[in-house]
Write a protein that binds this ligand. Structure first.
Ligand code: BES
Ligand code: MN
Ligand code: ZN
Length: 499
């Protein structure tokens, strides 16, 4: 689908979408469409239940004298509630509708909505962004789809008073979406295609954007003492990797400790010797969703040349049962020097992150660290598939994350940390054990991670419920979501970027 911005002009083919605010208040383009269609719009409105609420859409087929397939009325709701995310949702819904009805060309008219929180240019850019994000599809393995089963929209035109301004507003959003779709592809790929080495190779592609990418192999990690990460990978035929990505967006003279993002990249999680039940195990191909988000965020930041120094570190392993796999009860030595009793080989993500966090902290002395991980089923029990769990040792960082999450529509809910939870992971044989017991599973997992964080401000996002979705949302089609990239991108833009 090609997206373009243009001045207002009545299209002579395809679909035209025009806005209607709450209580059926027609925007300028809707009024014009009504006049040129000799009242077809008004009559359709009168016989429908369409009120102009924000999730409503009304299709008018072959409207009067207009040479259009259809006019789509899209609700914008109460003007005061029209914000950037609502605008994205509108774009997403319109393009999904047009794809569903076989339309090939969609023109969306953007009028200034007085009393709204977005100007016309920003509104237009966000509509384009929503349309792009919703149009994402992972269909490379479908060889037998008929044309009518495929999305039909080839051309999307956003009509707005100042197309140049809209295009300028769209530019950074487009780079963000590049990161999101890159990640969605990586997460959607099956584990016979994406494994530590191939995921590292995908991350290497960011070098084209000016990201410095290093890939550490098992020998190097062994030398560094990463026994926790390596223990997880030792049952797999696939070698483990640690990928370090550096985006230095600040001039070399401005030496500033970087912001660091760390991702769990378990390319497939069978559970290891503590093997998972068969039902649903295929989902564990997306157990690298945290690493995917970090890679996508680096792509977005580099793509838009963010004025900040950011490092991304992802620990890539495959968790398999085999004759060489680690056993429950094994004790491993982490890079930090702390020994870990592996009670359950299925609590592997925290083992990978223990070494990735320590390495990042030692090498980069970052001003803050944020890890993203599909870490626990327990966070899904607590929060469902609506928001991710946020754990942090730093209130300012936590507040910032909550704020950017809200602004990006990627919700976070802060969860507790504390000594009473920390005690639960004391081991009888080693410094720490990798599971806490029956209750508070997402919290004891976070406590485990915190044992590998010194005084660095740190946050952990447990995204187990968010990396994959089984239903369409306005800007996120079902499947891999790319959750977390928007949070990281805005966090940098709003709080750590120099202007
Ligand atoms: N990758 C899983 C967590 C997960 C579960 C993510 C379901 C997405 C959907 C993680 O490695 C895991 O297996 N966690 C265990 C921990 C337990 C053994 C303490 C869990 O949550 O059951
Ligand atoms: Mn597991
Ligand atoms: Zn896992």
């Amino acid at each position: 689908m090609k997206i373009q911005f243009a001045k207002h002009e009545m299209p002579t083919a395809g679909a035209l979408a025009v806005a209607v605010a709450d209580e059926r208040k027609l925007a300028a383009s809707a009024t014009l469409a009504d006049r040129l269609s000799k009242g077809a719009v008004g009559r359709a409105l009168a016989v429908s239940r369409f009120k102009g609420r924000v999730d409503e859409l009304l299709q008018i087929l072959a409207p009067g004298e207009l040479k259009l397939d259809r006019v789509l009325l899209y609700g914008v709701g109460a003007p005061a509630t029209l914000d950037p995310l609502v605008a994205e949702a509108i774009g997403g819904r319109l393009v999904a509708h047009a794809n569903g009805v076989g339309e090939t060309s969609l023109s969306i008219a953007i009028d200034p909505i007085s009393g709204s929180k977005v100007g016309a240019a920003e509104f237009a850019a966000r509509v384009a962004q929503g349309a792009r994000l919703r149009s994402y599809r992972f269909d490379k393995y479908r060889t037998k789809e008929k044309p009518e089963q495929k999305p039909s929209v080839k051309k999307l035109t956003i009509m707005v008073e100042d197309p140049a301004a809209a295009k300028r507003a769209y530019e950074p959003l487009e780079r963000l979406a590049d990161g999101i779709v890159f990640t969605r592809d990586l997460v959607a790929e099956p584990a016979n295609v994406i494994y530590p080495e191939s995921l590292a190779a995908a991350a290497k592609q960011l070098a084209r954007l000016g990201v410095e990418v290093e890939v550490l192999g098992e020998a190097q990690m062994k030398k560094l003492g990463m026994g926790a990460l390596l223990g997880v990978g030792q049952g797999s035929e696939r070698d483990s990797r640690l990928v370090v990505m550096q985006w230095n967006g600040l001039p070399a003279s401005r030496k500033k400790p970087p912001v660091a993002f760390i991702g769990k990249g378990v390319t497939f999680d069978t559970g290891g010797i503590s093997i998972k039940p068969a039902a649903g195990m295929e989902e564990m191909k997306w157990d690298m969703g945290g690493a995917g988000a970090v890679i996508g965020a680096m792509k977005a930041l580099a793509g838009r040349k963010a004025k900040a120094n950011v490092v991304g570190v992802v620990g890539l392993v495959e968790n398999m049962p085999s004759g060489t796999a680690q056993r429950p009860g094994d004790v491993v030595r982490s890079m930090s020097g702390q020994t870990i009793e592996v009670i359950n080989t299925d609590a592997e993500g925290r083992l990978v992150l223990a070494d990735a966090l320590w390495y990042t902290q030692q090498r980069f002395k970052p001003q803050l660290m944020i890890d993203l991980a599909t870490l626990t089923g327990a966070i899904m029990v607590a929060l469902g598939q609506v928001q991710a769990g946020l754990f942090s040792n730093n209130d300012q960082l936590a507040e910032r994350l909550l704020g950017v999450g809200r602004a990006e529509g990627e919700l976070l809910w802060r969860m507790p940390l504390g000594d009473a939870y920390d005690k639960l992971i004391n081991s009888d044989i080693a410094d720490v054990k990798n599971v806490g017991g029956r209750y508070g599973g997402s919290i004891t997992a976070a406590q485990f991670l915190q044992r590998f964080v010194n005084n660095t401000p740190w946050a952990h996002l447990d995204i187990a419920g968010m990396a994959w979705s089984d239903k369409d949302a306005p800007t996120v089609p079902k499947g891999a979501t790319g959750y977390g990239i928007r949070i990281l991108n805005r966090l940098v833009a709003q709080h750590y970027e120099e202007r």
